[in-house]
Design a protein around this ligand. Structure first.
Ligand SMILES: [Zn+2]
Length: 627
């Protein structure tokens, strides 16, 4: 995913992790997935077949899920699956002898995990069997957003799309919802005839629009990479193996903005080894898509807030593409090891951006990333600041904000710097080969690192130093702090303009990168009159910016400083985007400025119908908490 911010401050509700010292004396198992009910020690799913009708009127997916399972524990007779807001109509076990009904019941619902589904196998069920579940989703499904035509770019057709990571696949498919398992899948999806269905599978750009679509995903994937979208999508190629699906209204702008995708793919293959997934396409969704992007294999889902018109925000594409190696190919075993997905990917993203663009641009982005990390470290509890923190069954889904992204990236930059780029690149390539289509825990990564790098004679880094990164809070002293000359200049000018030493017209902002403008906004003096803020807004057109990240930085300042003169465009910003990164910190700044909690709630009430359920969850919990 691409998030890199902290929504958590907003949402870290129920964190009660214990300190590392107690790890040795109790039954704590770092490899346990605390975000699933599934009894994966007794049964594993190997293949999933979906047969679904997409009903826009009822806002539900309806049909069958067939789970091809294997029993690992010969005495086990009860399967536990993950679900959330699903209705089950029937359960049966298919064997060579035929179909036999299976008894099933739901357990107690849990706020983060959903509701366990217990299925009792009929006597005589083989070691390998198919479990057939007839089911439908609820309009409340946390993964699915059902968009009426007026919330799409074209305004004429409805749309639905999914966001499964981290624990939401269970709200549209009953399954073992844990990254520890990999499944292949196939699907038949029936839609209104004028619409196109796409999935994280073999989309064929030439598929005729018939209202019935078939998909195969032959490479095994973890459940959080299951993805579906149905809408008035059309395709345009970017390169030989790359292209874009989106509504026709966004097609030209998307082709322009993401023109470098094919070059990124070729470069990534050169650096990190073969791309194992066939095609790499992008699906550009409406503004309510909750993240910057989601690395659904073969088809990354992308927010339209990247369409700045100047390719300044395409690091998100490099990020999603890099996930084809870190995350999709080699997957974190549990969400506690999420830094192996996100930190590794943020590091690879930087490496790709450096070659496609240049070091200066990457340094600018690294400085902004570092600033956000410092903010996270101020707000995320120490117990959650290790790259691999200790979780338990009260941990909320979003327990760490952006720390596994940014601290993970700094950790890998530290290793690269210590061992040299050539050695570290060779290590990474062998790492991806060794663990391809597998899962990995932090501990296994450390062991692999030790065997391949740390134990070399004269190695510049010890295991102890490495474990400071993975198990301790805060940032180790050996971190390499990002620096950017351009951004230093912007920060200095922000100060001298704030102090009245430099006039706004003397600053040549037209020559600046959006990143420098953002850094200027972030660096304004704490005390600044509303006249000065209004002068800046008018001079640089900040309230009307087409760049979503500049808008984000500006409206956080507007809300924090209660600059009422820009509250109208602030609300327009909250209505224009549904991506959590762009709006959650603005709501938070309003809620925390001492005056505007009620106003924040009113704005949220007016905007929430257009947001994805995941975004609604983040913001609602943040605003409730302020009481
Ligand atoms: Zn990511």
């Amino acid at each position: 995913m691409h998030r890199k911010i902290l929504i958590t401050v907003f949402a870290f509700l129920f964190i009660t992790a214990c300190s590392k010292e107690t790890a040795e004396v109790d039954n704590y198992d770092p490899a346990r997935d605390y975000f699933t009910f599934a009894n994966t020690g007794a049964f594993v799913t190997e293949h999933l077949a979906l047969n679904l009708d997409v009903d826009f009127e009822a806002e539900e997916l309806r049909g069958f899920a067939i789970l091809s399972m294997r029993r690992l524990d010969p005495d086990a007779t009860e399967i536990v699956l993950d679900t959330r807001d699903l209705a089950i109509a029937s359960a049966a076990v298919l064997t060579t002898a035929g179909s036999e009904p299976a008894e099933y019941r739901f357990g107690e619902p849990h706020k983060t995990l959903g509701t366990p589904l217990f299925v009792t196998l009929p006597p005589g069920t083989n070691e390998q069997f198919d479990l057939v579940l007839e089911y439908k989703t609820s309009p409340e499904s946390t993964a699915l957003q059902w968009l009426p035509p007026e919330l799409t770019a074209g305004g004429k057709h409805p749309m639905v799309f999914s966001q499964s990571q981290a624990v939401h696949a269970r709200s549209w498919v009953p399954l073992q919802d844990t990254p520890a398992l990999r499944i292949t899948y196939e699907a038949t999806v029936r839609t209104p005839e004028s619409l196109l269905a796409v999935m994280s599978a073999n989309n064929d750009p030439l598929t005729p629009r018939t209202g019935e679509y078939h998909f195969d995903m032959p490479q095994p994937i973890p459940s959080y990479l299951l993805a579906i979208a149905v809408g008035n999508f059309y395709f345009a190629p970017l390169g030989k193996e790359t292209g874009i699906y989106t509504e026709p209204e966004l097609l030209d702008a998307s082709v322009y903005e993401f023109a470098d995708t094919q070059a990124m793919l070729e470069l990534a293959e050169e650096k990190f080894g073969p791309y194992d997934w066939g095609r790499y396409d992008l699906l550009v969704l409406p503004p309510s898509f909750p993240f910057g992007g989601m690395e659904n294999p073969r088809l990354s889902f992308i927010t339209p807030s990247l369409l700045a018109g100047d390719r300044s925000l395409v690091s998100v594409i490099a990020h999603e593409l890099a996930h084809s190696w870190s995350g999709n190919l080699v997957t974190n075993a549990t969400w506690r090891d999420g830094w192996l997905n996100e930190g590794m990917t943020s590091y690879l993203e930087s490496r790709l951006m450096e070659v496609i663009y240049n070091v200066k641009r990457v340094d600018e982005e690294r400085v902004l990333m570092y600033r956000e990390l410092l903010l996270d470290l101020e707000t995320v509890p120490e117990t959650m600041q290790a790259l691999a923190p200790r979780l338990d069954d009260t941990t909320s889904e979003d327990f760490q904000g952006g720390i596994h992204y940014s601290k993970g990236q700094l950790f890998l930059e530290f290793l690269e710097n210590a061992f040299g780029r050539e050695t570290f690149d060779a290590f990474l390539e062998s790492y991806f080969q060794e663990f391809a289509f597998g899962t990995i825990t932090t501990e296994r990564f450390l062991d692999y690192l030790e065997v391949n790098l740390l134990s070399q004679e004269g190695a510049p880094v010890s295991r102890e130093q490495v474990e400071q990164w993975t198990y301790n809070p805060g940032l180790p002293d050996n971190a390499i702090i990002p620096e950017s000359e351009n951004l230093n200049i912007a920060a200095d000018l922000a100060k001298s303009w704030s102090d009245g030493e430099t006039a706004l017209v003397e600053i040549s902002v037209a020559d600046w990168s959006p990143q420098a403008t953002i850094h200027f906004i972030n660096s304004l003096s704490a005390e600044l009159s509303h006249e000065k803020l209004a002068e800046l807004d008018a001079g640089w057109n900040l309230s009307d910016t087409q760049n979503a990240e500049i808008g984000r930085a500006w409206f956080i300042q507007v809300a924090t400083r209660r600059h009422l003169g820009a509250y109208e465009p602030l609300e327009a910003h909250l209505n224009r985007y549904g991506r959590g990164r762009l709006i959650a910190p603005v709501y938070r700044a309003l809620a925390e400025n001492g005056e505007d909690l009620e106003l924040a709630r009113e704005m949220f009430e007016r905007a929430r119908d257009a947001y994805h359920p995941i975004t609604v969850g983040w913001i609602a919990s943040g605003l409730e908490e302020q009481d």
